[in-house]
Design a protein around this ligand. Sequence first.
Ligand code: CTP
Ligand code: CA
Length: 234
Amino acid sequence: EEMLGTRRDLEGLTVAVSAGGTREPLDPVRYLGNRSSGRQGVAIAAAAAARGARVLLAAANVEDSVLAGAGPGVEVVTAGTAADLGAVMREAAERADVIVMAAAVADFRPVGVSQGKLTKEDGGLSAIQLVENEDILAGLAARRRAGQAIVGFAAETGHGDELLQRGRRKRRRKGADLLAINEVGWSKGFETADNHLVVIDSSDEVVADVAGSKRIVADALLDAVTAWRARAPL
Ligand code: CTP
Ligand code: CA
């Protein structure tokens, strides 16, 4: 069996990975956020670097202890909100051969950010107005360069065929080349060491189905990317 980090099959490639979860501020003390720890995205960045890629990691609210798992070879840029992350990823996309959107991006943000803390007294908390965020992944896919591999994630509740069908619709909607479907639940997928991914391609085929540590899963996803690149019209 191959040791971790002995394959240098991504040498010469630039990989841009987003990880974590965006936070959309409401006022100076509150935000709309999600439970993504960034562990899976950080593991993908670490695996890509170990395989010889130049790696840019766009980290959205990833704890330092988790971020440390990326290792020394990874260039880290932090991004707090969906708008920040979109700007970082668009810039990274100009150089990247592979883009992996593992971050959980808030679908909506508060219409405005209050400069003062919202209070019950003022009634500002009972109805929060939201506006939809841009779809970063769909935008990157629409503007992709020839041969650039675009990988999305889909965290879904549910299972089996229903999960797969939802993933297929989502991949098509986004225009991603590969979509990694991740079953999540109250005690599944988040803040855990292990993960399970089903990866589909643009012909709706399952090209990987892997369970294990986030590093094992990361390497399997990168294997699916290199296989896609070998087939892609460059
Ligand atoms: N994504 C993105 N920009 C957004 C929302 C999502 O780039 N505004 C990316 C995520 O990083 C992920 C993929 O799109 O790679 C799928 O995210 P997901 O939340 O599962 O998809 P949505 O289209 O937002 O659908 P849902 O209504 O199920 O949340
Ligand atoms: Ca979403």
